[in-house]
Design a protein around this ligand. Structure first.
Ligand code: ADP
Ligand code: F6P
Length: 325
């Protein structure tokens, strides 16, 4: 490995995701093992602009692999979309000797990373978002933990729903993407899985199916609804009014973003953090790392951002067999 860079900076940006700490640890430890210096940047691009930058060593990332959240804190920084602030960010990197930057975040953060790359800072993005909505990769840091958290919550809601013979609508996160809804809906045996990508506003159809299922002896009804569709409370009222079955809406919210990362999130985040530093050491820039077809891979950021992603077609197909339509 040739040392194309001397000092690696690392930041987390956008929504936090369990496993980000494992990625930070991997970045720091891999860089140090390659003889590089490491600087942590707190609060994403906002912290970069404020020069909230500190030296990191192996001890800085000791005892964090199991922790949710991000020890570097995170932020959304709208001004970084403007060229003058991107130029300021690149200048601050140069001032602190940061010639390689690892940006852990989602598509928005990769846009910021790409802008810094175009201004001469070697930059690699690591996909960190619970939403799984990054097209170039089958894996994003935090998704696995988030779906397990949501699945456990839905299991608990089903217990009380059964005791009261109710209908439960559970709204899960994902912004405009339905991956969390699809996975948690299948895993919790939901009767209905409403994803942003496939929903056509057919509440009437759901109502008549609930009535049919009730007639044949079903005691509870679990509907998983994607955040992108929303309106869960309104839907619950409509269902209750039309069916006479008590219906409760639960919006799981930010609980899905917290908690100790799963084994998968710790291991894959570690691999992606290491790969990001290895690419920088090879003199690569404007790349994003990911996991596809059984391999850890990397793409040009612009190419990655131009890709699109749909729900997994086979998983969607099985919902047609396993849930009641
Ligand atoms: P995510 O990275 O999870 O997609 P956001 O879309 O909120 O989250 O983006 C995170 C941050 O990335 C933004 O607050 C901003 O600082 C930066 N960012 C987003 N879009 C751009 C852009 N077009 N150019 C430069 N920076 C951007
Ligand atoms: O992108 C992660 C995510 O949790 C989305 O699922 C959700 O729409 C959004 O962030 C919530 O953002 P905030 O933490 O700013 O409320």
């Amino acid at each position: 490995m040739s040392n194309a860079v001397k000092t690696i900076g690392v930041l987390t940006s956008g929504g936090d995701a369990p496993g980000m700490n494992a990625a930070i640890r991997a970045v720091v430890r891999t860089a140090i093992s390659c003889g590089l210096n490491v600087k942590g940047i707190r609060h994403g691009f906002a912290g970069l602009l404020e020069e909230d930058i500190f030296d990191m060593d192996n001890l800085s990332v000791s005892n964090i692999i199991q922790l949710g959240g991000t020890i570097l804190y995170t932020a959304r920084c709208l001004e970084f979309k403007k060229k003058e602030y991107q130029e300021k960010g690149a200048e601050i990197c140069r001032k602190h000797g940061i010639d390689g930057l690892v940006v852990i975040g989602g598509d928005g953060s990769f846009n910021g990373a790409s802008k810094l790359a175009s201004l001469g800072i070697n930059t690699v993005g690591v996909p960190g978002t619970i939403d799984l909505d990054i097209a170039c990769t089958e894996y994003t840091i935090g998704f696995d933990t988030a779906i397990n958290t949501a699945m456990e919550a839905i299991d608990k809601l089903r217990d009380t729903s059964e005791s009261h013979e109710r209908c439960s609508i559970i709204e899960v996160m994902g912004r405009t993407a339905g991956h969390i809804a699809l996975w948690t809906g299948i895993a919790s045996g939901a009767e209905y899985i409403l994803t942003t990508e496939k929903y056509h506003g057919s509440i009437q159809r759901i109502i008549s199916k609930i009535l049919d299922r009730r007639k044949i002896g079903k005691k509870n009804h679990v509907i998983v609804n994607a955040e992108g569709i929303g309106n869960s409370t309104e839907m619950a009222k409509l269902i209750e009014l039309a069916t006479g079955i008590e219906t409760r809406a639960t919006i799981l919210g930010h609980i899905q973003r917290g908690g100790n990362p799963t084994c998968k999130d710790r291991v894959y985040a570690s691999a992606l953090g290491t790969k990001a530093v290895e690419l920088l050491c090879e003199g690569k820039t404007n790349r994003v790392v990911g996991y596809k077809d059984g391999e850890f891979i990397d793409f040009d950021i612009q190419e990655a951002l131009s890709m699109s992603k749909d729900l997994d077609p086979y998983l969607f197909h099985i919902t047609q067999k396993l849930t009641t339509r």
